[in-house]
Design a protein around this ligand. Structure first.
Ligand code: ADP
Ligand SMILES: Cc1ncc(COP(=O)(O)OP(=O)(O)O)c(N)n1
Length: 270
């Protein structure tokens, strides 16, 4: 069988919209075999984060080794990795592995709750970003990584250049969800800029957009697609997942990983 596999290393969302749960649903929809290593267990829902418990490092390592030594993934994604210890472990495990590595540098949930300790933020920048194939910051995350404000498309392009050329990412997508106007994401791969634009959908049901978007990119890279194809597919998929949200919960509802399917739409390739 030619099935490809992808591994997500991240925190949980028991309400199913973000984190490990969103990643696994997305891998499945993209027809990639999904596997997971849990870093932190998070009590959260569409209204926000209530409590976070980090798993012991030795147990995160055990989970990683269990997967890696049995079913080596074709791509790896990290989402919520809150502490320096977790980052050091991941760096040690992935260095020299030659497996595409996608970083969603999750720092703060849309509800405002911090998902990464303050002192870890410079460690993800210095230790993990140089190992990445693609990094997918939203605007506040990109601002932290580069140290200047992003208000315009030109600022986003300038930040993308810094993240590749100075911080050492293989490629970067600066996501436009937090800017105004159309939802315009900019990909920079060290050679050129490519833009992926959709209309801004007028909804607050956007819990888990970043997780789902980066999970599609991970699945597509696992299949051997190019970064540009992977991001194109990610953008089409996340737009449908927001457009066809199920409007669940009492807060910012989850994106709908099978939104395209409920509408009878094709599972698009980039
Ligand atoms: N209201 C919206 N309408 C259409 N696309 C959106 C909307 N909000 C976010 N997106 C898209 O969702 C993806 C995730 O972006 P963003 O919400 O900025 O990430 P995060 O969840 O990490 O904050 C991007 O492709 C972005 O353009
Ligand atoms: C466990 C976990 N990981 C990541 C997030 C953030 O998800 P994101 O896709 O950025 O969406 P919001 O939650 O910010 O709407 C999370 N909440 N939990």
């Amino acid at each position: 069988m030619g099935v490809k596999s992808a591994l997500t290393i991240a925190g949980t969302d028991p309400s199913g919209g973000a984190g490990i749960q969103a990643d696994l649903k997305t891998f499945q929809e993209r027809e990639v075999y999904g596997m997971s290593v849990i870093t932190s267990v998070v009590a959260q829902n569409t209204l926000g984060v209530e409590q976070v418990e980090h798993l012991p490092i030795s147990f995160i390592e055990k989970q990683f080794d269990s997967v890696w030594n049995d079913i080596k993934p074709n791509a790896v994604k990290t989402g919520m990795i809150a502490t320096i210890d977790m980052m050091e472990l991941i760096a040690e495990k992935l260095k020299g592995s030659n497996v595409p590595y996608i970083i969603d540098p999750v720092m703060v949930a849309k509800s405002g709750h911090s998902l990464m300790e303050e002192e870890s933020r410079s460690v993800i920048r210095n230790m993990l970003i140089p190992l990445s194939t693609v990094v997918t910051p939203n605007v506040p995350e990109a601002e932290f990584l580069v140290g200047f404000s992003i208000n315009t498309q030109e600022d986003a392009e300038k930040a993308a250049k810094v993240i590749v050329e100075q911080l050492g990412a293989g490629a970067v997508v600066v996501k436009g969800g937090h800017l105004e106007g159309d939802a315009k994401d900019v990909l920079y791969d060290g050679r050129e800029f490519t833009y992926f634009t959709s209309e801004r959908l007028n909804t607050h049901h956007t819990h888990g957009t970043g997780c789902t978007f980066s999970a599609v990119i991970t699945a597509e890279l696992a299949k051997g697609r190019s970064v540009k194809q992977a991001v194109k597919t990610g953008k089409a998929y996340i737009t449908d997942a927001i457009r066809y949200s199920l409007e669940l919960g009492n807060g910012n509802g989850p994106t709908n990983q099978w939104g395209y399917r409920l509408q009878g739409l094709p599972n698009q390739e980039g």
